[in-house]
Design a protein around this ligand. Structure first.
Ligand code: TEU
Ligand code: CA
Length: 536
């Protein structure tokens, strides 16, 4: 019988297939490479892998532009390779979650090829087409996430089509019932193949306002330099109320496959408030992937601010927290390279799901790339204002050899192996029982073995109750309280003394758990001493 609640509080490990392991020596990671390395992934004590897209694609956005929703791109292998991957993962006790990019397809998808042919073909309404304004300009002011207008003129139809991302990523029109059904059928295809769930790309982008109302401008103080999505409120191009009913259809399908789960990437510029609705009442998504800690610098007030806003959403909101992914600067860099373990320790203390990005367990810093090495159109388009996403997408470092063991010597990987990653390679760290990798393994095991950490209630501690720079939560289940504290002050900050009784009123006994790789905290009676960088 399937354990349908396995996902709650579980740890996911995100794999970016292009950059994980190259088994056939063409410089690009592939499915066979992933399968070869699954023993390593299972050794991290994570519950599931999330695979970024590996479907047929012209790779304009490295697979987030799908040309065939039901096949593997030859670059990554075959459907049989994928079947072998699932079989191996399941044998190791790992679940497999795959990315689904339903909101837009590639312009090379046969649906779009047909749709753009004329205004009367069978798929004419499958994408969002609109006439130019009388002066020939786009139908409204909506902007694309990667810069420029969200509309591109098609000379044949003499109309504009909508794309929230690249012009080669046209948005499907989910107001059209046939589109809704076609995407549900695609999901069923993968469920039948044995996947354990989906990560839905931009799950709040499926519907747009059919009246094409202009987006309101963003107040200047809220504009993030280099983030075109922040120049205006994403109000009418995304996030329409119809989306909730569609999520319910997705959920009904998932529920036909016991244990199947879902995590929705909720993007845009005011995502937090909608998370409760997206994960409410076991009727829509299971988890809401949470942007709010991505790029976090690990400052106590900042963390508290995010969590307090999340708490206001109430019990229905079920987060999936991440510090890193394939779109943002790696957490070892944003938190500071000496704080990679501290960052994951704080992550492991939180209620919700956790998502690690490949290499985060090694403490890999963001790679610095020369302009000519960039491959991400976002980074290339907006350079130098934007750093782009290549710095977190460079190949995994497996060994200390020339290509980091990612691909054979003499092969040129699609992005360079970063020189500063090689000393942190898996093989190096395996050899040292006290390496960051081995300490993080113990940390993840602690989380995996603790019902209180995985599923317990959470009480967020107010800054007023704590010394400066200290962040903390109390987790509880079955009458047991687990107080999780971290001193997030930088080197040179004063040591903190935390008075425990005030934090858990009525507690009648304290014992401090040694955390993997951290100095055992000083517990003196009912006071705990914490140094900067220390967690307890
Ligand atoms: O990202 C959605 C998203 O929020 C991006 O617009 C993000 O702001 C951008 O990557 C800049 O950081 C998802 C995928 O994770 C991303 O890789 C895709 O490019 C995008 O959707 C389009 O499918
Ligand atoms: Ca390859």
């Amino acid at each position: 019988e399937a354990d349908t609640d396995w996902w709650r509080g579980a740890t996911l490990y995100q794999i970016y297939p292009r950059s994980f392991m190259d088994a056939n020596g063409d410089g690009i990671g592939d499915l066979k490479g992933i399968t070869e390395k699954l023993d390593y992934v299972a050794s991290l004590k994570v519950d599931a892998i999330w695979l970024s897209p590996f479907f047929t694609s012209p790779m304009k956005d490295f697979g987030y532009d799908v040309a065939d929703y039901r096949d593997v791109d030859p670059m990554f292998g075959t459907l049989d390779d994928f079947r072998a991957l699932i079989a191996r993962a399941h044998a190791l006790g790992l679940r497999v979650i795959i990315d689904q990019v339903l909101s837009h397809s590639s312009d090379a998808h046969p649906w779009f090829q047909e749709s753009r042919r004329d205004r009367t073909n069978g798929k004419a309404d499958w994408y969002v087409w609109a006439d130019p304004k009388p002066d020939g300009t786009p139908p409204n002011n909506w902007m694309a996430a990667f810069g420029g207008p969200a509309w591109t003129f098609d000379a044949r139809r003499r109309q504009y089509y909508l794309h929230n991302f690249l012009p080669s990523q046209p948005d499907l029109d989910f107001h059209h019932p046939a589109v809704q059904q076609a995407q549900l059928d695609n999901l069923r295809f993968w469920l039948e193949l044995g996947v354990d769930g989906f990560r839905f790309d931009v799950v709040n982008y499926f519907f747009h306002d059919p009246a094409l109302t202009d987006n309101p401008p963003m107040p200047r103080e809220r504009v993030l330099p280099g983030n075109p999505q922040s120049y205006q409120f994403q109000r009418h191009n995304i996030e329409q109320p119809e989306n909730l009913a569609y999520l319910e259809r997705i959920r009904a399908l998932l529920d036909e496959y016991p244990g199947a789960t879902s995590v929705g990437e909720i993007a845009g510029n005011d995502q937090l408030p909608i998370m409760a609705a997206y994960t409410a009442g076991d009727s829509r998504l299971h988890m809401a992937y949470t942007f709010d800690l991505l790029g976090s610098t690990g400052n106590a007030d900042e963390l508290y601010g995010v969590l307090v806003r999340f708490r206001e959403l109430g019990e229905d909101a079920w987060p999936c927290w991440a510090l890193s992914n394939h779109d943002v600067e790696r957490s070892a860099t944003s938190w500071g390279e000496d704080r990679a373990l501290l960052a994951l320790t704080v992550l492991c203390s939180l209620r919700g799901n956790l998502c690690l990005y490949q290499g985060e367990e090694l403490g890999l810093p963001e790679a610095e790339l020369a302009h000519e090495d960039l491959r991400d159109p976002f980074g290339i388009n907006l350079w130098p204002e934007v750093k782009g996403r290549d710095g977190c997408r460079t190949p995994m470092a497996w060994e200390d050899g020339p290509q980091g063991g990612f691909c054979p010597e003499g092969t040129t990987p699609w992005l360079p192996v970063y020189s500063r990653h090689r000393p942190l390679a898996v093989a190096r760290q395996e050899a040292d029982p006290d390496s960051l990798l081995n300490r993080i393994r113990r940390l993840l095991k602690l989380r995996a073995d603790s019902d209180t950490l995985r599923q317990g209630e959470q009480q967020l501690l107010a800054p007023a109750a704590l010394p400066a720079d200290v962040f903390g939560v109390v987790r509880q289940s079955g009458g047991r309280h687990l107080l999780c504290l971290a001193h997030l002050g930088r080197q040179g900050a004063a040591a903190a003394r935390v008075r425990l009784d005030a934090l858990v009123p009525g507690a009648d006994g304290w014992s401090s758990l040694a955390l993997p790789g951290m100095a055992t905290p000083r517990l003196e009676g009912r006071e705990l001493g914490l140094d900067p960088g220390q967690a307890a």
